[in-house]
Design a protein around this ligand. Sequence first.
Ligand code: ADP
Ligand code: MG
Length: 628
Amino acid sequence: MRKKQFKAESKKLLDMMINSIYTNKEIFIRELISNASDAIDKLYFKSLTDGNVGLSKDDFEIRIDVDKDKRSITVSDNGIGMTEDELESNLGTIAKSGSLNFKNENEDAKEKDIEVIGQFGVGFYSSFMVAKKVEVVSKAYGAETAYKWVSEGANGYSLSECEKENAGTVITLYLKDDTENENYSHFLEEYEISELVKKYSDYIRYPIRMEQTHSVPNPDKEGEYIDEVTLDTLNSMVPLWRKNKNEITDDEYNEFYKMKFMDYENPLKVIHFKSEGTATFDSLIYIPSKPPYDFYSKEYEKGLQLYTNGVLIMDKCSDLLPDYFSFVKGIVDSADLSLNISRETLQQDYQVRIIAKAIDKKIKSELKKMLNNDRENYEKFFSVFGVQLKWGVYSNYGAEKDGLKDLLMFKSSKENKYVTLKEYIDNMPENQEKIYYACGETPEKTALLPQTEAVKAKGFEVLYFTDDVDEFAIQMLMEYGGKSFANICKDDLNLASEDEKKALDEKNNSAKDMLDEMKSWLGDDVTAVKFSDSLGSHAVCLLSEGYVSLDMAKILNQMPGGNQGMKAQLVLEINGSHPVAEKLFKLFAQDKEALKKYTKILYNEARLVSGLEIENPTEFADMVTDLM
Ligand code: ADP
Ligand code: MG
């Protein structure tokens, strides 16, 4: 027999379990059953292609036995089992839970720990919440020898050879003693176990059997009852997604989601639907309320669990979800797929493509319904995942834009609330021809742009584009409801009346010499310096011309390996009715050196207002100080 220590990280988790004040200790049973079911899945899967297994679907079972005298609960399965190495590596280290961060070393960490247990279930180790000793006897399929793993928690574990006839695993928990605050003995009650199995593991596809005592009429003596022990199957074995909607409570949907997809919050939306026709399948789709915990990591894989006739064939089938729904979780069960389908052949599988299409359509229509009937929830959804939809509009050269455009929302100048594009154009005054937008870091900053003020003053609504992708997506969209889009910091909005335009043209013509000279001092930084009458109370701003807007250039320049050095063509606009204009004319006549300084200061100011960095902040600061 060999004695071993747990790996450091596992030891921490283990300590956490042993000392856990987590109130929901009952989940240990669900974890053991889920492991047993996984192990049977593996052997069952093998049996379908390997005639030597010698077991058919009906032979598989999970057994639970309780022994009140020994204070033990045993969960057994006839699944794939574990070799000696597997016992060591699977139970001696944390598998999935290893990805959790145990950053908090201090006492406050207790609360956090509880959250962690609730969130992730933490698997096999949860046994130690209720057991003082855990024994695992396992024989791997195809192996000669069985092994026994025993641990009393913190002091490590021991491994030794032992006897076991068939492949599978038997896990025995020896319960802790009851204390004033904790009663562990109730886990030894048949009804308690049977309730827990129904609550957490009803859909497990193999029978979970336990001997139960029933009171039955005594056949020998009328009016009297005797105890009879029968081996009962505790679970209905119908996967949740195969049941009828009206048989399932919200709680069941939510619990199933949290356990299956490792979330601790309820999903934002449950979509349960059956499809019959070109593709026959059941699906249970969830929209999380927050991005999955690893969503922004490189390791994140999108996909739905794919079953055929109740047998899991792929954990994350990415072909079932478009990228813009990569946050969606769920299950698809179709009878039309072959068990031996591989990742490679799946991609070309006609059936999979049809299913994916149907799911995409369904999610979109459910989102549209939510948008129309449950606005609050939709806004919650959009604030978290809206950016994914916008990327969806932009990606693949806009191939998906038509299916997504009605789902988009932007904050706007009207009430700083979300509006859809449809709402925007429905609210447009008759004399408005384009959909106006402005880009900025936040709605608040965008609202403060000189151009926003000017357009608002004319009575028009401005959409605030605050995500990097917004303007790219909209360029892909090109129009909505027959209306094109206009960046109010870039495109000529044509808001001025004929008279106003004429006056401005005259002003610019008569100041041509001065403006040209100012432009020459700024070199390539701007393509022109002009007077403007649409700056509201502001002195200056930058306007971009051509295809690439200021904000797009900013984003393109930030992209790694992207279009570095991509420049927007900028025009420095000066407010013709601002006192500073007078001053410029004066300096042009009297003091060119000072005008040159003013020009540079105004240009840098304009950059700041547009949210751009100043190329030489020290020079700028010095010039401003000089003026003082
Ligand atoms: P998870 O199930 O998330 O992988 P667990 O802590 O529940 O994490 O289990 C760790 C590993 O131990 C499993 O992945 C599996 O390889 C192995 N294991 C646990 N229970 C069994 C069992 N009854 N039969 C076979 N292997 C098991
Ligand atoms: Mg597990």
